[in-house]
Design a protein around this ligand. Structure first.
Ligand code: NAD
Ligand code: MG
Length: 299
């Protein structure tokens, strides 16, 4: 994909590629480096303004997609980072580690499987010991596997989706809140699927609805501590989640055509929202869900 300038005024319909795309099956969790076209995570474009200077952030799903874009943006805004991803994604993670190191911040890679409660606790403990504390928790990792019929949807898949998308968020929030000072923020990643569920995402869509409700409830619970909790609800975004089983390949060909802007979003288009929700600029925003959908409302 050509280098994009995120800051100059331009027609957003033409800013990034739209359908048709090639079929490009990958096995989950998939790699950004094997996508065509390669997603734009803001590698060439994101400009930091010191908005997160000195903050310590744990980001899950940080190797690719939305998580990579957030890691790049947070690093360029001055945050020290703990980066979580699956060990099988090391090739993508290496690219992120280099980009983050180039930004001159302190970063530690903590690969591992967040569907395991003990690992989630360890992830927070290690973030605190390596970075000296935790001010921002960004839950971005997620599992999405399209299955046409309820008859073929297994208990194993249903449980794995909820463990990865919902339980891990609960375990990480619980552990992180023990260490978070006033001014700290949590950002969860829900989906348009929380509001407009697809027929083939019978486990994923309700897991995202759970994330939305958890965000609203936790925001109320921890407001008295001065900790804010928000969520981002993406629409179709060009990331490895989708061609690696998140959608059937025939839907990859027309991915993004269902939204008014007639193209998928790129991870780089989400990072600024996570930055503003993490920074003190959004000091009166909590319990909110911010849609980045290309025009389909989150209602
Ligand atoms: P992605 O594949 O780049 O990121 C998902 C990441 O989840 C993977 O990179 C992997 O590191 C992580 N992950 C999955 N299972 C894990 C596990 N058991 N342990 C640790 N990490 C694990 O795709 P993305 O689209 O950037 O996804 C990020 C988030 O955005 C997800 O929560 C997804 O549900 C959400 N989302 C994506 C879209 C979209 O269209 N791409 C739309 C709405 C919401
Ligand atoms: Mg990945």
């Amino acid at each position: 994909m050509a280098t994009q300038n995120q800051y100059s005024m331009q027609d957003p319909l033409k800013q990034y590629p739209g359908p048709n795309f090639e079929r490009q099956p990958q096995s989950p969790p998939g790699l950004a480096k094997d996508m065509n076209p390669r997603p734009d995570h803001g590698e060439q474009s994101y400009q930091g303004f010191g908005r997160l200077k000195g903050r310590r952030a744990l980001i899950t799903g940080a190797d690719s997609g939305i998580g990579r874009a957030v890691a790049i943006a947070f690093a360029r805004e001055g945050a020290d980072l703990a980066l979580n991803y699956l060990p099988s994604e090391e090739a993508d993670a290496q690219e992120v580690r280099k980009l983050v190191a180039d930004a001159g911040v302190n970063a530690v890679a903590l690969p591992g499987d967040i569907s395991d409660e003990a690992f989630c606790r360890e992830l927070v403990t290690r973030t605190v010991s390596e970075l000296g504390g935790i001010d921002i928790l960004v839950n971005i990792a997620g599992k999405q596997t399209s299955v046409e019929s309820i008859a073929e949807l297994t208990t194993e898949q249903f449980e794995a989706t909820f463990r990865t998308n919902v339980f891990a968020m609960f375990w990480l929030c619980k552990a992180a809140l023990e260490h978070m000072p006033p001014g700290a923020t949590i950002i969860n990643t829900t989906s348009i699927q929380s509001y407009q569920p697809s027929a083939s995402l019978l486990d994923y869509a309700p897991s995202k609805a759970a994330i939305t409700a958890f965000t609203h409830a936790l925001a109320k619970q921890v407001a008295p501590k001065g900790v804010r909790v928000n969520a981002v609800a993406p629409g179709p975004i060009w990331t490895p989640l989708q061609p690696s089983g998140g959608q059937p390949q025939e839907k990859i060909e027309v991915f993004g055509s269902e939204v008014p802007m007639k193209r998928p979003g790129q991870p780089a288009e989400l990072a600024p929202i996570y930055v503003v929700l993490a920074s003190q600029e959004s000091s009166f925003v909590t319990g909110e869900v911010y849609g980045v959908t290309g025009g389909n409302p989150i209602t």
